[in-house]
Design a protein around this ligand. Structure first.
Ligand code: DSN
Length: 421
């Protein structure tokens, strides 16, 4: 869980491009010296990093294993087959495509596979925690398809399956999307499936954020329930930056055609090899322990913030995320993000459901525990970090107090190093 990635030698880079080498060094130092609470980020193992930074980047392999448009694909075929078979086992999936470059690519490919331009889709409202690709008008999912959204309940901020059903009956979408970027609770995939079945609609579940929990068996697996499941590999799953699609066998051909040649050319074979490594790591008992800690840490953070008088969206968490409504602290999400950044505490501003403020300066901030857990931190540190955040927001006009907090952040980072020397 707390394996430290070794410093990678950058001799060639330092010689040929010292400017970029310096940027890499500085970014590594930033990661080492800051408390990263960005919920969608994590830290990969040394093994994943090595596969990702490997000679496989030199290989073109348009097509699929044993059916490529290039010679010399024997070894990359083997890497992709391993990635596919490991992902199938991890998620009990009939078919897996590991080629999408990102979660966004995975979603767009799934739409391309199932829909025609102008078809009706319905996903979770972006400002209630949905993702840009779930039908936002400023994204291709909202401009090429006729998109509608459902939201969370106005009082509880929880998804209410009856309200989703009502909206679906009104909209009659061809595709319903379940899944979120900023929603800290479990989602009733079975309930969504019933709604989709009643309408003869497809159900796509986007598990970008929670794939790690599902792989570890800590969250229900939507793969047997949904028509299509999309995921990212770099969040709770702790793999390289990328996406994938999992589906029932009957969709294998349309999904594969939609990814290549539908919307991508050559797959990134170095990333696919790194995905295979991450899937192998995710099958180890240590990965389950890691995810248990991610969850325990998020719950500890949520409890500590609540005790300090913070309003949490939905009152707590079942995941790695804690969504904080800062309205009662008279500080905006942007102010909090900017201030905490100065103290090397990294968070992101986030809209809260029914936010009265705009997207660029919303009322909330989103916190997540995957990275700090990868560094070996536990509930005690989460309590202290909640207190440091609170002291910083309360003492934001007191430079001396802020300097003391920054120093404590520095010593916590030293105690739990991100990288070995
Ligand atoms: N990566 C997503 C997140 O931060 O939740 C946004 O695409």
């Amino acid at each position: 869980m707390n394996e430290k990635v070794k410093a990678v030698s950058m001799q060639s880079l330092q010689f040929s491009d010292p400017e970029i080498a310096t940027i890499l060094d500085e970014e590594k130092k930033r990661q080492q010296d800051s408390l990263n609470l960005i919920a969608s980020e994590n830290m990969v193992s040394g093994a994943v990093l090595e596969a990702q930074g490997s000679v496989l980047t030199n290989k073109y392999a348009e097509g699929y294993p044993d059916a490529r448009y290039y010679g010399g694909c024997f070894f990359v075929d083997h890497a992709e087959k391993l990635a596919i078979s490991r992902a199938k086992e991890l998620f009990a999936a009939g078919h897996v495509n590991v080629q999408p470059h990102s979660g966004t690519s995975a979603n767009i490919a799934a739409y391309l596979a199932l829909l025609n331009p102008g078809d009706r889709i319905m996903g979770m409202n972006l400002s209630h925690g949905g993702h840009l690709t779930h039908g936002s008008k400023i994204n291709i999912s909202g401009s090429h398809f006729h998109s509608f959204s459902y939201g969370v309940d106005r009082d509880t901020f929880l998804l209410n399956i009856d309200q989703v059903s009502e909206k679906a009956l009104e909209v009659k979408p061809k595709l319903i999307i379940a899944g979120a970027s900023a929603y800290p609770r479990l989602i009733d995939f079975e309930g969504f499936k019933e709604i989709a079945d009643d309408l003869g609609a497809y159900l796509l579940v986007d598990i970008a954020h929670t794939a790690g929990f599902i792989a570890a068996g800590l969250h229900p697996n939507p793969v047997p329930v949904a028509d299509i499941v999309t995921a990212t590999t770099h969040k709770t799953l702790r793999g390289p930056r990328g996406g994938m699609i999992l589906c029932q066998d009957k969709y294998a051909s349309v999904i594969d055609k939609a990814v290549f040649p539908g919307m991508q050319g050559g797959p990134l074979m170095h990333i696919i090899a790194a995905k295979a490594v991450a899937f192998k790591e995710a099958k180890s008992p240590g990965f389950i322990t890691y995810l248990e800690f991610v969850l325990a840490n998020a719950k500890a953070l949520a409890r500590a913030l609540t005790d300090l008088g913070y309003d949490l969206v939905t009152g707590g968490t079942d995941t790695h995320q804690v969504l904080v409504d800062l309205s009662n602290k008279y500080v905006s999400g942007l102010e909090a993000e900017t201030l905490l950044d100065r103290l090397n505490i990294c968070v992101n501003k986030n809209a809260i459901p029914y936010d009265k403020k705009g997207a660029n300066d919303p009322s909330g901030m989103r916190l997540g525990t995957p990275t700090l857990t990868s560094r070996g931190m536990g509930p005690d540190q989460m309590e202290e970090i909640a207190s440091l955040i609170d002291q910083a927001l309360a003492g934001r006009h007191n430079p001396k107090k802020l300097e003391i907090i920054k120093q404590r952040v520095g010593s916590l980072c030293q105690e739990f190093p991100a990288y070995s020397k």
